[in-house]
Design a protein around this ligand. Structure first.
Ligand code: NOJ
Length: 544
């Protein structure tokens, strides 16, 4: 039972749906909103998550697959209609599932009517809605800022003789959030969806919207931070001026007051890639009056190591402002698939970690099936980033959800070519087969989700890490008298963890363990175990 003292977004497990790749109902090889609606029983029932975050489904020329929006208040016809969205929202709520949508405030499409007007003339009323600057005397761009997707962050506009800023593709011009009209217009788009009953927003590159007002050059980078994606040339600069200006906090306080004006705990989570914990924590707001959570991506690129994982989780816990709620992300539509990063056994340990550390977990569709990264042949490559910068393609983690072993994987009709090829392993990684297999990855996720939902200690309780043999990460979770110990073996060797009190195994990553433990808990290679402890004990571990 969910704890009453917690908000829904604290106890929820969020599941990310990439709408192009979830379920195609029209036979065009691209997923759509009615497709998601048709799979809600799977999400709420078979799997048992609490909320879905749907990546953008707005009208868009799809230069960046929907992260280039031409209308924030509509649905791309390829995905359906606003009525389809309403049906989806109602059907989700009927099943107790919350709906979170993606809000893309940093940039629009270059086809958005706002930008079309803005670039039409230097005197257009919307000119200042975007970031326009003169060239330097030698004709070069105003500063040295780089696009995340390769090349300069400035594009020259011949007609009006100025550069415009784009932190991503040239087709994604950055909005000028220092203009109050932009703020008002964008907050209205949030109201539009709140009025339609959505439960929350995921904010795309939330830390980008406020830049240095003087647009100063970024200095050269210092040492590369370990455990973040390698972006090649982009990493040569220290990105201190092109994002994260402190003025951003005023914007998020304003956003929060918009959300708080609605009943029902409307929620905002920010996509924020920051390695400095204090800077990250500042996005909660000094009075917890900004974002409900900035995403915690610290483990996405972390090497697989018990001490590294423990220190990152403990550092996040230590950085949290009083009363702030933690969270964890291990995969999304921008990253190499979990099972490909870690391998099949370790991905099970990662699943146990994701669903048992303190905070709100966000799962990525298909990870519950251990869907691996798909090799997409160059001639089928779609991702603009991968096309511009070899090695950066995100296509391999965006391939169709595999529902069955049939041609088309149950995603689309067998005679239809999906927008990205299906994985080459549909026999083992699909919902139908894994539902029937009691040892499958899906069965593990289902068991973890059932246990997590049933136990306040796991979805709302306290956390502390405990000392463990090298290569093992162990922590306690508790609420009232209910206590659990989670022990994760990060090595491929057997290990043993000593517990000086009796307990019983609730779940192991191999789904083959149960029963009492006391004294010594032995763990197989790459195995994780959840132990239910007696009330009032104290776990002590030493190497045995
Ligand atoms: C972050 C999103 O997750 C990514 O997919 C997108 O390409 C960029 N923001 C630009 O919107």
């Amino acid at each position: 039972m969910a704890s009453r003292s917690h908000r829904w977004w604290q106890t929820a497990v969020i599941y990310q749906v990439y709408p192009r790749s979830f379920q195609d109902t029209t036979g065009n090889g691209v997923g759509d909103l009615p497709g998601i609606t048709s799979r809600l029983d799977y999400l709420a029932g078979t799997l048992g998550v609490d909320a879905i975050w749907i990546s953008p489904f707005y009208p868009s020329p799809m230069a960046d697959f929907g992260y280039d929006v031409t209308d924030y208040c509509d649905v791309h016809p390829m995905f359906g209609t606003l009525a389809d969205f309403d049906d989806l929202r109602v059907a989700a709520h009927d099943r107790g599932l919350r709906v979170i949508i993606d809000w893309v405030p940093n940039h629009t499409s270059d086809q958005h009517p706002w930008f079309v007007a803005s670039r039409s003339s230097r005197h257009d009323p919307k000119r200042d809605w975007y970031v326009w600057r003169d060239a330097k005397p030698d004709g070069s761009p105003p500063n040295n800022w780089q696009s995340n997707f390769g090349g300069l962050a400035w594009t020259w506009d011949e007609r009006t003789g100025q550069y415009y800023l784009h932190s991503f593709l040239a087709e994604q011009p950055d909005l000028n959030w220092r203009n109050p009209e932009v703020q008002a217009a964008m907050f209205d788009t949030v109201r539009f969806w709140m009025d339609r009953g959505v439960d929350g927003i995921r904010i795309d590159v939330a830390h980008y919207i406020m830049k240095d007002p003087q647009l100063r050059d970024n200095p050269p980078a210092g040492e590369r931070v370990e455990g973040v994606r390698d972006r090649g040339e982009y990493d040569a600069l220290e990105h201190i001026h092109d994002k994260g200006h402190p003025d951003i906090h005023g914007v998020f306080r304003e956003l929060r007051s918009v959300l708080d004006g609605y009943p029902g705990d409307r929620f905002a989570v920010g996509e924020i890639h920051i390695s400095d914990w204090d800077e990250w924590a500042a996005y909660y707001g000094e009075n917890l009056d900004e974002l409900h959570m900035p995403y915690n991506f610290s483990l996405l690129w972390a090497p697989w190591s018990a001490s590294g994982y423990r220190s990152r989780i403990d550092a996040m816990e230590a950085a949290l402002p009083e009363g702030a709620w933690p969270n964890l992300v291990l995969g999304n539509h921008d990253e190499v698939r979990l099972v490909t990063r870690y391998g099949p056994h370790r991905a099970r340990v990662a699943a146990m970690l994701l669903l048992t550390v303190r905070g709100t977990p966000t799962m990525y569709y298909g990870d519950e099936l251990a869907m691996p990264q798909t090799e997409v042949p160059p001639q089928q490559e779609q991702d603009p980033w991968g096309i511009r910068v070899p090695g950066q393609s995100r296509d391999g983690c965006r391939t169709p959800m595999q529902w069955t072993a049939e041609p088309g994987a149950g995603f689309s009709r067998g005679d239809v070519a999906p927008w990205l090829p299906c994985g080459s392993d549909p026999d083992s990684h699909n919902v139908a087969n894994q539902t029937a297999d009691p040892a499958s990855m899906l069965s593990l996720y289902r068991s973890l989700l059932v246990l997590r939902r049933a136990e306040p200690a796991l979805h709302a309780g306290a956390y502390r890490s405990v000392d463990a043999p090298e290569g093992t990460y162990a922590y306690e979770r508790w609420a009232g008298d209910d206590r659990f110990l989670v022990v994760l073996n990060f090595t491929s060797e057997e290990t043993a963890f000593s517990i000086d009190e009796p307990g019983s195994i609730e779940l192991g990553t191999g789904l083959d363990r149960a029963g009492p433990v006391g004294g010594s808990l032995s763990l197989g290679p790459d195995e994780g175990v959840i132990v239910r402890l007696q009330p009032d004990g104290d776990v002590v571990s030493t190497q045995t």
